[in-house]
Design a protein around this ligand. Structure first.
Ligand SMILES: Nc1ncnc2c1ncn2[C@@H]1O[C@H](COP(=O)(O)OP(=O)(O)OP(=O)(O)O)[C@@H](O)[C@H]1O
Ligand SMILES: [Mg+2]
Length: 263
């Protein structure tokens, strides 16, 4: 098993609030890793460390390492735009841009352009219309949305149902070829059928990507994840194979949480 992400002694503060306390953990490549724990325990704060989204919060200080492909993404010479391209994120509430379905998916590739090596020189150029069309189709297919929207790509992304909007947001993330996709409670605003579609999709996506999902649903974590990490009050209490965590947790706190004996 290859490690996709190695977090080491991660500490996060919001002003004086020590929200993440010395978290060290490895996330495997091409697996689904679930992050569980009670509200306020630091799940979102943790996954925001993996693509430097905490940089956007002014009172937030992050210490520690997040190694992805042998580089600490917090290093000064790391391009944060590139970090967020390689490590995509999908949020709780579907948030399509107020643009067409097509534009939602084409937006980021258009912004990044194509990087090519011509005669030994690295050049960036714009996509052709055909190239963009191909990316839009491929991304929507990969997000299991193409068949539902192929005849109305020019319609607004906001005209879709909640579950479709979430798959559109996933397609938008896929459009720029990430390696890792972070999901922060992606199903909590969706009905059971839409949830089940997203769950199937996440399991399928791990063939090509590393998937990390924060969820409040232990059933969801048990259904779709390979490994589970349990957080409590800013600490990573226990991490292991999902089956082990739910059937034979090593720590009393984990046991209390998964059996619903925690407040
Ligand atoms: N933008 C912020 N500004 C100040 N404090 C924050 C901010 N975001 C999170 N915190 C604090 O950091 C701690 C961890 O919050 P976080 O959002 O990571 O928890 P969570 O496990 O994702 O909770 P939930 O399940 O409710 O989403 C909490 O004490 C919270 O108040
Ligand atoms: Mg959260």
């Amino acid at each position: 098993m290859t490690t996709a992400i190695h977090a080491e002694d991660l500490n996060v503060y919001f002003d004086k609030n020590h929200a993440l306390k010395g978290v060290t953990m490895d996330i495997n490549k091409n697996e689904v890793t679930a992050v569980i724990g009670p509200s306020g325990c630091g799940k979102s704060t943790f996954i925001r460390c993996i693509n430097r989204m905490n940089d956007l919060i002014t009172n937030c200080t992050v210490n520690g390492k997040v190694m992805v492909d042998g580089t600490d993404i917090n290093d000064d010479d790391v391009d944060v735009v590139d970090v967020r391209r390689r490590i995509g994120m999908v949020f709780q509430k579907p948030n399509p841009f107020p643009k067409s379905i097509y534009e939602n998916v084409a937006y980021a590739p258009r912004l990044h352009g194509i990087v090519e090596t011509v005669d030994g020189k690295v050049k960036r150029r714009k996509h052709t219309k055909q190239e963009l069309d191909a990316i839009v189709e491929r991304s929507l297919r990969r997000a299991a949305l193409w068949e539902e929207v192929k005849d109305r790509l020019d319609k607004g992304g906001m005209t879709l149902s909640g579950g479709q909007q979430q798959r559109l947001c996933i397609a938008r993330t896929l459009s720029i070829d990430p390696e890792i996709i972070l999901f922060d409670e992606p199903c909590s605003a969706l009905d059971p059928i839409a949830t089940s579609k997203i769950e199937d999709l996440l399991v399928d996506l791990k063939k090509d990507y590393t998937v990390v999902i924060v969820t409040h649903s232990m059933q969801q974590a048990a259904r779709i994840s390979d490994r589970t990490a349990f957080f409590y009050m800013g600490e990573m209490v226990e991490m292991g194979d999902t089956k082990q965590i739910f059937e034979k947790p090593a720590r009393e706190l984990t046991e209390q949480y998964i059996t619903g004996r925690m407040g």
